[in-house]
Write a new protein. Sequence first.
Length: 464
Amino acid sequence: SFSGSRVATPFAGGVRSSMCKSETYVLDASFNPEEFVEDIKKAKAAVGEATEEDAQHLQHLVMISQVLLYGGHILLLAGAAMPWGINILLLCAAAFMIAYARCMKWAIIGHHVSHGGFDSLQKNHPNALPKHYKRGVFAIGFRRFLDWLDWMLPQAWDVEHNKAHHYYLSEEKDPDLVEHNFELLRAFPLPRAMKYASMVMWVFTWKFTYYSPNTYKELALSKKDSWLAKNWPSWGKKTDPVVVFDIFRMPAMAVWNGKPLDAFYWFAFFAEWSLAILPMLVSVALPAVWPLLLGRAGLWFGATTMQQAATRALVTSVVADMLSNAHAFVIIACNHSGGDLYRYSTSCKAYSAEFLLRCAYSSANFECGNDLIDITYGWLNYQIEHHMYPDMTPLQYRKFQPLVRSICKKHGVMYVQENALKRTWMMFQVAVGDAAMKRCTALVPPQAYGKNISEVEGSKVAGG
């Protein structure tokens, strides 16, 4: 399993970065890590296995997303065909519906299925769900066009999110560590207002400009025998994010570093990535083709010309994608960023006390409790619980959340639950340099395990 590359001890140790200048721990030696882990495990057991109710709930969510997606495209075509004025409401509704559906397909459906949230249900209740709702099958290959088509290649997102992000949460190896990814903006001598203004661009484009190329980088590097992995430029830092603007910056950096041939590496990388995003580019542009095809066939029914309708359809489709980006940004980008959350200079063993505690000290939940709220938040309002056990169903998280919160209160463990807009502002503050995350070696001191610091530093990385 992926956790085999984690530190072998249940506390932080082993691989250390220069981030922390000295040993710092958040909890004191009186904290009982074994009891905390036992309470969390009992809470998970109390939730129980996924049942047919979870399957029905997933199908209900899929139906909602399909109605929004296809209904939105029907309204888009109708709005594009109508005279100017009456069509504005239709086009706005179409953009909203498509954006909402696209976010649902990623954040709720694709997210939980690709984590294996329904795998045990498929095994215990083989007829409860169609077979493709399974990790490694959903949205893979041709099913990408049927299940979840977005800017990120599902296989790339699996490597970047399901593995690297979840098992290196808030370490430098975490590809989603906001404070690290925005180091350039934080240090750049720009007026504060310009820094905040620049964040607007990321809000409305981040899946295309950041998440897609960076997840593809993680996928490329995970394939050790691939040309891209073997020829990664020696001057390039693998933990640094790759964004769309690097198609120009990286070749320039190659020349600056006296390695002009490395410029071809980046041309090859972005050429490969372009093929990965091509289906999504076509999907966004496709609504503009419908009026033109109907016109060519002599079937155009609109009160406008087919060229005018094509333009309106394209603009609406692009706006829908930008709204989907913004929706996803607000409910995702701030999950693990803020001046009250922690980042770490060491790694830890998966599902240890340190691991489970980091889920609380480096994550923020939002309001939760019913379908209206949870769907709006893309079920990302259960981040603490989700990071503890990523392979649960949406309904299981709803049952698990109050139990985890009470356990954290019992043990004096931090538990953050705030509105997403407030958390997004706190994320902005970190991104521009007005705030910084708290830093520590680890949460649990070695003494809490009955071990001394020298033993921690002497621990070995499993498989390393």
